[in-house]
Design a protein around this ligand. Structure first.
Ligand code: SAH
Ligand code: SF4
Length: 361
């Protein structure tokens, strides 16, 4: 069996990634150089408050200390290997991790000035949802908290340099955050404590791991929860999302009700709308009956076609009728525009495209 929490095999040297250190550990690291403690405070500021991407930009540090840092430390472990910008302003990156795994993250700017980073929690994914590019590539390993956090940190740094601010983070990139629960939650806390993001500006999206939804409800955080539902019938949902065989719809809905009762927060249900699969009026009635009375919102996202799955996105006309039915059950829903469609910005798609290109080269 793979040990999910095994430390990645590191490619280069023993340089310490400073983003892996707590404030106290940074103090110790700096003291070990024979430097005064206030230097750690200065470095911390350059990492999180006026973030820079190289030690040479840490203007108030003496040259000798900067040289020592360059020799023994790293400001992050993610190496950008591909970058694309979509016509709608969506920016997508692929990063190489220190053991050569690839992960993606995306930045979506919105008209109201929000800047939302969509980040990955695992390299690949073990959940095997048939419509998902990440699911189609299988599971490689869990990301560490620092690897998750750094994806958002890089966007925050770049935005800061242009006088803008990262406003939201969603765990909707590659991987299932609740299958890497501890690292994902540690990254959430870093986003809150180090990047000063409000909990309400962070969303975790899960395929529907019921026990972890309950555990998450007990954390006492105001972080938002999104649940990928996509189907109302157990056997049909299992065909699209094998995880449903482990935690069926009843168990999932019980966990969602527990979350709402415990937190007083609404759940967002994600609905990847697939033509002829889950966009009918009948399906809308079933969904209406399933969710009626629950504090929730439904996000409908037309399917992003992927290589490994033959389905097509549902048509806007059908979705109008679908949302009208939901309205009759007192359920609010939004049909989302698919972002970055011209740059493979769907979950796992750019990495899949890169891997194909490498294989064909
Ligand atoms: N593993 C988590 C989070 C990452 S996926 C989860 O499944 O919720 C983020 C969202 O993208 C999920 O709602 C997922 O169902 C959806 N998704 C995956 N592939 C998609 C595709 N090809 N088209 C539309 N949505 C997709
Ligand atoms: Fe994994 Fe989410 Fe993709 Fe399913 S949709 S395979 S859980 S990343």
């Amino acid at each position: 069996m793979t040990n999910l929490n095994a430390a990645p095999q590191v490619r280069s040297g023993a340089k310490r990634n400073l983003y892996e250190l707590s404030r106290e550990e940074l103090d110790e690291f700096v003291s070990a150089f024979g430097e005064e403690r206030y230097r750690a405070q200065q470095i911390w500021r350059w990492m999180y408050e006026e973030p820079v991407d190289r030690f040479d930009s840490m203007a108030n540090l003496p040259g000798k200390l900067r040289a020592k840092l360059k020799a023994s430390a790293l400001l992050g472990s993610l190496e950008m290997v591909a970058k694309q910008r979509s016509r709608d302003g969506t920016e997508k990156r692929v990063y190489r991790l220190r053991d050569d795994q690839l992960v993606e993250s995306v930045l979506m700017p919105y008209a109201d000035d929000r800047k939302t980073a969509c980040i990955s929690s695992q390299a690949g994914c073990a959940m095997g949802c048939v419509f998902c590019a990440t699911g189609q590539m299988g599971f490689a390993r869990n990301l560490t908290a620092a690897e998750i956090f750094e994806q958002a940190m890089i966007f925050a740094r770049e935005l800061n340099a242009r006088g803008e601010r990262l406003s939201n983070v969603v765990f909707m990139g590659m991987g299932e955050p609740f299958h890497n629960y501890d690292a994902s939650l540690a990254a959430v806390r870093q986003l809150m404590n180090r990047l000063k993001l409000g909990a309400r500006h962070i969303t975790i999206s899960t395929v529907g791991m019921a026990p972890q939804i309950r555990r998450f409800a007990d954390e006492g955080l105001q972080v938002r929860l999104a649940v990928s539902l996509h189907k109302t019938d157990d056997s049909q949902r299992s065909a699209l999302m094998p995880v449903n065989g482990r935690w069926g719809i009843d168990e999932l809905m019980d966990a969602c009700r527990y979350y709402v009762t415990r937190t007083n927060r609404r759940v967002t249900f994600e609905w990847a709308a697939i033509a002829g699969e889950n966009d009918s009026v009948d399906e809308a009635h079933r969904l209406g009956r399933l969710l009626s009375g629950l504090l929730c919102h439904i996000n409908i996202i037309p399917l992003n076609p992927t290589r490994g799955y033959g389905g097509a996105p549902a048509k806007a006309e059908r979705l109008k009728r679908f949302t009208a039915v939901l309205q009759d059950y007192g359920l609010n829903s939004t049909v989302r525009v698919r972002r970055g469609i011209d740059i493979d910005a769907g979950c796992g798609q750019l990495k899949a495209a890169l891997t194909r290109a490498a294989e064909n080269a």
